[in-house]
Design a protein around this ligand. Structure first.
Ligand SMILES: Nc1ncnc2c1ncn2[C@@H]1O[C@H](COP(=O)(O)OP(=O)(O)OP(=O)(O)O)[C@@H](O)[C@H]1O
Length: 249
């Protein structure tokens, strides 16, 4: 079970309440889009879930387990993976070497046994196929395109068996083709992983969205299908007018 539940989650930075009594429930295997204007608290919410930031109050549950007080590395061991806006791949290593390093960053008992090496290699191949990097195994990560670098970083989370994928603006800087390929990848990951995706690209959100959550000033502003969200006057006022995307709403 990898559902994510936030209960009245709050974090203060001095006088600023960046996330304010946020309640959120994301089902096991769901792909949830998180929208909102700049400074709404979206990235901070991901920081709270992965353990980079500690809440002032409230609870975070993974499945039935309260992970609120766990350190970031302990949450990673529970399968929580975070992809930041700036990719953190090793540029001097090949695609394959990056995946091997990622795999060894989360060693399990079975992983270290020789007999399982073939299955690890099989899994690496499976992940490479999934993210579309099979032809690039020997390419230095520094020579990948921007989109390929993002996919490699996602592959590094998948190879660590992350059940929960927290993605912060995964398509930022991508070409239209790369964005479309990322939408296809996310559709394949849906059902297998619980995903929370912060995005500003509304056409991408329309392609991938099931339920959309909109935040504003640290609070939940609206939640529903993309059609409901785009028709919601509160959302149009607080957010969509800013994205230049209101014509589609
Ligand atoms: N470590 C921190 N210390 C102090 N203030 C912070 C910290 N992290 C975030 N903030 C503030 O909290 C608020 C929410 O920031 P956050 O980055 O979560 O917004 P966001 O919705 O992700 O915005 P954007 O779409 O611009 O990335 C902002 O006012 C930000 O300046």
């Amino acid at each position: 079970m990898a559902s994510v539940t936030l209960e009245s989650l709050t974090v203060r930075f001095g006088g600023l309440v960046a996330v304010n009594e946020l309640d959120l429930q994301v089902r096991d295997g769901e792909l949830r889009c998180l929208l909102g204007p700049n400074g709404a608290g979206k990235s901070t919410t991901l920081d709270l879930i992965c353990g980079k930031t500690r809440p002032t109050s409230g609870r975070i549950l993974l499945g039935g387990t309260d992970i609120t007080t766990l350190h970031e590395f302990e949450r990673a061991r529970h399968g929580v993976g975070r992809k930041f806006q700036t990719p953190s791949v090793f540029k001097d290593l090949t695609v394959l070497e990056n995946l091997e390093v990622a795999r060894s960053a989360n060693p399990s008992f079975l992983h270290s046994l020789r007999v399982f090496r073939t299955s690890v290699q099989g899994r690496i191949q499976e992940v490479l196929d999934l993210v579309g990097l099979s032809a690039e195994v020997a390419t230095r990560a520094g020579n990948l395109s921007h989109g390929q670098t993002q996919w490699l970083e996602i592959a590094m989370l998948l190879i660590q068996d992350c059940q929960v994928l927290l993605m912060d603006e995964p398509t930022a800087g991508m070409t239209i083709q790369e964005t479309e390929q990322t939408a296809r990848l996310f559709s394949q990951l849906r059902g297998e992983h619980t995903m929370i995706v912060v995005e500003h690209d509304m056409s991408f959100v329309r392609d991938i969205a099931e339920t959309v959550t909109v935040m504003d000033m640290g609070k939940l502003l609206a939640q529903g299908t993309i059609q409901e969200i785009e028709a919601d006057p509160k959302v149009r006022e607080a957010y969509l007018a800013d994205t230049g995307d209101e014509a589609h709403a």
